[in-house]
Design a binder for this molecule. Structure first.
Ligand code: ADP
Ligand code: MG
Length: 455
């Protein structure tokens, strides 16, 4: 297996040959065979090979060949060869998402994000972003959007990708049977597709139930009855109620019981933090609509007394990625301080973003470094465990982690398609780039452009 970079040119020569510079043939350890197979994504063609005297790593193709294999563009790319008789160009990296149908902003408000995914591989690989309706399985092609060097977009038909990074944004669309069937078609063709779908909170709970990392997950119950709410409140003093398929803190309640004073419920309504008090448990049950099915698809969870700064709880977003060696790494950490009176630390609910170093130093002083190291170890353990218990490849995860007053780490939530709001912090610009570079490297790994250690 050999891997290098090369530059692809068009030749004006009419014969259907591949012209390869001597240096490229050497770098790819080509067997000097008369025929070479050229592969780009799912397309391939076998042609006579001509070795030419030219310095550098170059490949020349006639226009007719470029058109027939649907080469996404000319210029630099990675080239690999497994047996010396074939050359793979690419990889073709597919970003699965929703498209608007215009080249001006093909992904609407997510256009800058999709661009940032493509940038690390801009001069090394072929990224194409497409939606499910853009695939032609018979022809083995996708018609999607490619990023131009000047920053604009072009719609083009290219080969089916070597790997697919799933960034479909809608939970609802992702759950449809047609989407599931669509994604399975990549699996059947041996095209790895990573970040299969959104996680529900309860799915993650079940996934880890029999794993040693379960100790990091607060006790939870799905679709709780009034009795179960009471029981959990008795055992834990306060609890969280969260929609299992929720995000952004929407629909979350925090309930506290205080002897002699009753039940306190905090939540957010119309952009404001609300606090209600009930003398009796029955009043609370009525307000929550427990017996009217209002808590269907809710998870109740043991409340964790988080460490605080200025009397506001803080928690952490660990942005995990896999790298080019298929290892999990902590790509970035953001600390989030809750807004006054808010039950969550989300920035949209008045939360404040800090670096983990800043936050932990304020709480633990000189011990902050060792605490952060331990949290990082825990996050890697959690990522490995989720991957181990899940039946699809994962390349990225976002954990909401908290530390309680006894220094124990807890995981509130694992996101399979993590947002990137922590990267707004000016101190995390480098991590922002590094996390995207890791995802790109991992795509190259999954495309089998490099020799793998584990296969
Ligand atoms: N069991 C809990 N104990 C203490 N705080 C919690 C608990 N669950 C959630 N939180 C707080 O609420 C935030 C949002 O919860 P999370 O489970 O991440 O839901 P969402 O999907 O809405 O982001 C967390 O980041 C944390 O600050
Ligand atoms: Mg969250």
């Amino acid at each position: 297996m050999s891997l290098t970079t090369c530059t692809v040119h068009v030749t004006t020569k009419q014969e259907r040959n591949i012209f390869i510079s001597g240096e490229l043939a050497k770098a790819l350890r080509l067997s000097k065979s008369k025929q070479l197979q050229l592969q780009v994504g799912s397309q391939s063609v076998t042609l006579p090979a001509r070795y030419i005297k030219k310095a550098g790593l170059h490949l020349y193709l006639p226009q007719s060949v470029i058109a027939s294999i649907k080469l996404p563009r000319l210029g630099p790319c990675l080239a690999s060869s497994g047996n010396g008789k074939e050359i793979r160009l690419g990889p073709v990296i597919g970003v699965l998402t929703n498209t608007t149908g215009t080249t001006a902003g093909p992904f609407g408000s997510r256009t800058p994000f999709i661009r940032s995914i493509m940038q690390p591989g801009e001069r090394k690989s072929y990224h194409v972003a497409f939606s499910p309706k853009d695939v032609n399985w018979q022809q083995g092609t996708v018609s999607g959007y490619l990023l131009l060097p000047e920053g604009g977009w072009v719609r083009k038909t290219v080969p089916l990708p070597d790997v697919v990074y799933n960034r479909l944004p809608s939970r609802k669309a992702e759950k449809m049977e047609s989407t599931e069937i669509f994604k399975q078609r990549f699996v059947k063709r041996n095209i790895p597709l990573f970040n299969w779908g959104f996680f529900d909170k309860w799915d993650v709970y079940r996934l880890l139930e029999n794993d040693p990392v379960f100790k990091f997950v607060p006790e939870s119950v799905l679709n709780p009855t009034a009795m179960q709410i009471k029981e959990l409140l008795e055992n834990h003093k306060f609890i969280y109620l969260k929609p299992t398929a929720g995000s952004l803190g929407i629909g979350i309640y925090r309930i506290t019981y205080s002897q002699g004073r009753g039940y306190f419920v905090r939540y957010r309504r119309s952009g404001k933090n609300v606090l209600l008090r009930f003398n009796k448990f029955d009043g609370l049950v009525k307000m929550l609509g427990v017996n009217r099915g209002k808590l269907n698809n809710y998870v109740i969870q043991q409340g964790i007394r988080l460490i605080e700064i200025d009397s506001c709880p803080i928690d952490f977003r660990f942005h995990m990625t896999k790298n080019g060696n298929n290892e999990w790494v902590v790509a970035a950490i953001g600390a989030k301080k809750a807004g006054k009176g808010s039950v969550t630390t989300h920035l949209r609910n008045g939360g404040q973003l800090m670096t983990a170093e800043q936050a932990l130093k304020q709480v633990y002083g000189g011990r902050s470094e060792s605490i952060l190291t331990k949290m990082k170890e825990t996050s890697i353990e959690l990522a490995k465990a989720i991957e181990h218990n899940y039946n699809h490849p994962l390349g990225e995860l976002g954990f909401d982690l908290g530390i309680d007053q006894n220094e124990q780490t807890w995981m509130f939530e694992a996101n399979a398609k993590p947002g990137r709001s922590i990267f707004k912090h000016p101190g995390l610009k480098q991590q922002d780039k590094a996390s995207l570079a890791n995802v790109y490297d991992h795509c190259v790994y999954l495309s089998r452009f490099r020799a793998r250690r584990d296969s």
